[in-house]
Design a protein around this ligand. Structure first.
Ligand code: G3P
Length: 218
């Protein structure tokens, strides 16, 4: 499974990139607004830190506007992935952009039917928002299971399922058990993946025994 971080906070991205575990970054208009920085500057800096796919979302909702903004975004760096909403104009733009060699992440996916359309439009990634479905009492993981079942029936589909709107580590684990290709995870939840109290307890015990024995390696 590939791990992307879901943020436009450059300081957080730098810290996580140093772990060697980061395969890409996703942003969205809300995350970029939260950064307080100009879109071009923050995306350019992120692309320089993380060589993998960096999703930058168009703000236009019409086909021509999306293509115009996509041209600007793609010119920032070669690893920019243009993010478009799962709408008729968004999928039409996705088709055009993928035919033109762009990486495209189709976002705001909430049904298996939508995911199938994104795959037919040639999307590099489709982003089902599991947390927002859970938030309204539906099952985000059931959607991932349905999408993975459908995509497995058609090996020629190249679209990767990028599980988004992740709320806790179990979303990552359950998505991995279903074979999802990517999880994009907020920084705090990515850090939670490392943690287990028995790891901390066991390490402390090892170090205490080592110190007590007065042992050294070098
Ligand atoms: O950035 C895409 C998605 O991960 C955002 O989901 O629900 O955390 O706003 P959410």
């Amino acid at each position: 499974m590939k791990f992307f971080v879901d943020t436009a906070d450059v300081a957080e991205i730098k810290l996580l990139a140093a772990s060697g575990l980061l395969d890409g970054v996703t942003t969205n208009p809300s995350l970029v607004a939260k950064s307080g920085r100009a879109m071009h500057d923050v995306i350019a800096e992120i692309c320089a830190i993380v060589p993998g796919p960096v999703s930058a979302e168009v703000a236009a909702t019409d086909y021509d506007g999306m293509l115009h903004e996509a041209r600007i975004l793609r010119a920032i760096a070669k690893n920019v992935t243009v993010k478009v909403p799962l709408t008729p104009d968004g999928l039409r733009a996705c088709r055009h952009l993928t035919n033109d060699g762009a990486m495209v992440n189709v976002t705001l996916c909430f049904s298996a039917a939508q995911a199938l359309l994104a795959a037919k439009a040639g999307a590099s990634f489709v982003s089902p928002f599991v947390g927002r479905l859970d938030d309204i009492g539906e099952s985000g993981m059931a959607l991932i299971a349905d999408i993975m079942t459908i995509f497995r029936q058609y090996p020629y589909l190249k679209t990767e399922v990028l599980v988004a709107s992740v709320r806790h580590p179990m979303h990552v684990v359950e998505a991995a058990k279903l074979g999802a290709h990517v999880a994009t995870v907020p920084p705090a939840i990515l850090r939670q993946l490392f943690n287990h109290p028995l790891t901390d307890k066991g390490l402390a015990a090892f170090l205490a025994d080592w110190a007590k024995a007065g042992l050294k390696i070098a």
